[in-house]
Ligand binder design. Structure first.
Ligand code: V0V
Ligand code: CO
Length: 143
């Protein structure tokens, strides 16, 4: 069951400059940052609020680490902006299977490693009304 908005992914050309915009404008601080080589991103997670399922909602600021990454390709076409939304679940494997059975393309056979040791998969934007959609099971407090 999907129980929260885990994050909104925002693509940018310059992560440090974008982090500073969110800090100076809204007062949001970086909760966590990392490089995900597999996904080709450097990212900063800004925690916005805790959620009733024991998780939290974040903004995920994304800068590409290489030119052939999905985010670099998207930025070249669209410029900066909202890149994806992510729903949180305690069971990404089960929810991905249920959604696949409804005819929506799930991009990975097995979830991959996401931010803060989470397990993530993506749904094809063309099957989701133009919205790249991610499913996330966070590393902490879920099974
Ligand atoms: C592409 N399209 C999108 C889109 N990216 N539509 C909405 N939102 C997006 N973000 C559209 C694009 O405009 C094309 O439509 C069509 O899909 C095919 O796109 P493409 O440019 O030819 O690119 P593809 O097919 O090579 O790749 C698109 C997919 C790719 C969605 C398959 O981006 C992908 O695998 N994404 C999942 C991984 C990812 O995004 N990782 C970065 C975040 P038209 O022009 O044909 O109409 S990593 C992350 O979130 C982490 C680590 C985390 O949360 O922990
Ligand atoms: Co994400």
């Amino acid at each position: 069951m999907l129980t929260r908005i885990d994050h909104i992914g925002i693509a940018c050309f310059d992560l440090d400059r974008t982090v500073e915009f969110y800090r100076a404008t809204y007062g949001f601080e970086v909760f966590h940052s990392e490089v995900n080589e597999e996904q080709g991103v450097r990212e900063a997670m800004l925690k916005i609020n805790d959620t009733g399922d024991g998780g939290a909602s974040y903004l995920q600021l994304l800068e590409p680490t290489r030119e052939d990454s999905t985010v670099a390709k998207w930025l070249a076409k669209n410029g900066e902006g909202v890149h994806h939304i992510a729903f949180g679940t305690a069971d990404v494997d089960g929810d991905a299977a249920d959604i696949r059975a409804k005819g929506v393309r799930v991009l990975y056979d097995e979830p991959r490693i996401g931010s803060m040791g989470s397990r993530i998969t993506f749904l094809h934007p063309k099957d989701c009304g133009g919205v790249l959609t991610e499913l996330v099971t966070s590393a902490a407090a879920e099974h």
